[in-house]
Design a binder for this molecule. Sequence first.
Ligand code: HEM
Length: 168
Amino acid sequence: MSGGALDFPTMLSMRLLVLFIHVTAVIVALGGSLFSTFALTPILNSELEPVARIKVMRRVVRRLGWIVLVSLAVLVATGMMNVFYIGAISRLLMVKLVLVIIVIGLAIYQYANVGARIWQASSDGPSPGLAPLVSRFRRVGLTVGSLVLLIVYLSLGLTRVPGALSIG
Ligand code: HEM
């Protein structure tokens, strides 16, 4: 079939399934982080007393850390399969991969370093060292979120920009 009509063998192919999982992992990682930063955290700050707020926050940081880091691992695995299906590594893809490496480094720093220190510093409830850690966690998170949005934008061109499928 042609002219944009539904082609079932293509719609049910492994390539689209892998791309679907790739995009779903972006939605899960980015959606979870945006929800936590712009909806959950402000509400926790205004509605809960410090002791209860910190109890909830440290569990959110830990759980979200797993969700984001596992999503990034899924993105790398499915991304490599995408490259295999496309069969070419373009300049645009190389730029994207550099940004992905930066994002992975920052996300590991955010959750495995800053997040783990928040977890320790809050084990006995509110403590003076907590506020700077929480604001660093938020700053790094906003940087990761912005870079991921940039990566999504660049990714749209991977198979759509004329000539993007060749290095030249
Ligand atoms: C933060 C990490 C990543 C994000 C946010 C991301 C995002 C995306 C998005 C949104 C698309 C769909 C674009 C479209 O509409 O066509 C896509 C496609 C693609 N991604 Fe990623 N990606 C990431 C990591 C990776 C990695 C690590 C690789 C390679 C090792 C990769 C390789 C590709 C390729 C080749 C495509 C095109 C697939 C196709 O159209 O068949 N991505 N990516």
